[in-house]
Ligand binder design. Structure first.
Ligand SMILES: [Zn+2]
Length: 362
């Protein structure tokens, strides 16, 4: 049954107010009035209501303005809504319990050995804390569709229903996103990429993946198999069964172990190392040409070890991209490296959870 319009409006305004404070931090009622384009009495009623439900608190902040009068700030109560976030890699598992407003309330990390199942390890590292969280999100490298990892070079999974396995291991529901998409959400919401309407994040691990988010939100179909775009037809055999895939041609697993030495050797004038990096940059640029043509992003971030590769091969990446995309697609395209680094995917997993929480409140 549909809610009466006034009740529905109030729900939407509550969600908007919480989301505003979650994303932008403590603010005065006057600032909230302006940001949400609501009148003062509406903001006042919502703030009182949300303080009573334990989501908000009003605190006296630093004095502002010429009068030097301390202003009253409206702030989130972090413990009132928590999201459990995990990031799975082949050799490592990280967990964070993130509170409303973005504060990390708990965090832990564990190494994974070959043969360990990361999904079972999630139950151990979250230690039951995920059960109390309002949402739970796991990020992992691969092609992810809904809760299933269709293919992951790094984890060696094909068509694994990870959401079901995580639920069986922990007794609660999980959202599953790929690492690149999670990192894109993280950079958009907690980094400095919020200007990008279509943000493409490239993640270099043992395989290569990409994630496209629109206005900071993950999209179904936004998880992209960057590593298995064929850049050399009939080329090197890839673990996926095709030939000439980007990650096979670049030998991504070698760079994943040792990009530092490769770039160092090239920097010191090693001609073979330089040549290899340049060719890898060109291959990456060509694969990106296909992705850019298909998706039309306005910003591309190079994450994981692709950050180092891009920093040393920006020119060949750009020239190969220029040869494979239409001018109007690249005229406003920004290419750069992410600011959150290794934290992006974990923070983005948490933000993916908060986005779902706010959606359900509306
Ligand atoms: Zn492949």
């Amino acid at each position: 049954m549909a809610l009466p319009p006034a009740v529905e409006l109030r729900r939407r305004n509550r969600a908007a107010l919480l989301e505003q404070l979650h994303r932008h931090g403590p603010q005065t009622r006057a600032a909230l009035t302006e940001a949400l384009e609501l009148n003062r009495s509406t903001i006042g009623a919502l703030a009182t209501d949300l303080a009573e439900s334990g989501h908000l608190q009003e605190t006296t902040g630093q004095s502002t303005g010429s009068a030097g009068r301390p202003s009253t700030l409206v702030a989130c109560v972090p413990q009132s809504i928590t999201v459990a976030a995990v990031e799975i890699r082949a050799d490592r598992l990280r967990f964070a319990l993130v509170g409303l407003g973005g504060e990390v309330l708990e965090r832990s990390e564990t190494a994974l050995e070959d043969g360990d199942d990361p999904v079972s390890a999630v139950a151990v590292i979250t230690g039951g804390k995920a059960g109390d969280a309002v949402d739970a999100v796991a990020a992992m490298p691969g092609l992810v569709d809904e809760g299933t990892v269709a293919h992951s070079t790094e984890l060696g999974w094909v068509d694994r229903d990870v959401a079901a396995d995580l639920e069986a291991a922990t007794g609660r529901e999980w959202q599953v996103v790929d690492t690149a998409t999670a990192a894109a959400v993280g950079e958009w919401s907690r980094g400095d990429a919020h200007e990008a309407r279509k943000l493409l994040y490239l993640h270099g691990g043992r395989g290569l993946t990409a994630g496209l988010v629109i206005e900071g939100r993950s999209q179904r179909g936004g998880s992209i198999q960057l590593g298995h775009i064929v850049v050399e037809p009939g080329g090197r055999e890839c673990a996926c069964g095709l030939r000439g895939c980007l990650e096979a041609e670049m030998e991504a697993f070698v760079f994943a172990e040792d990009i530092e030495n490769a770039t160092l050797a090239a920097g010191m004038g090693d001609a073979a190392a330089r040549d290899r990096l340049r060719r890898s940059g060109e291959d990456l640029g060509r694969a990106l040409g296909a992705v850019v043509t298909a998706t039309g992003p306005d910003e591309i971030l190079f994450g994981g070890w692709l950050r180092e590769l891009y920093l040393s091969t920006a020119a060949p990446v750009r020239s190969a991209l220029a040869e494979t995309t239409l001018p109007h697609l690249r005229s406003k395209l920004r290419l750069r490296t992410p600011v959150l680094g290794d934290e992006g995917a974990l923070m983005g997993a948490a933000e993916t959870g908060f986005a779902a929480v706010f959606d359900r409140m509306r």
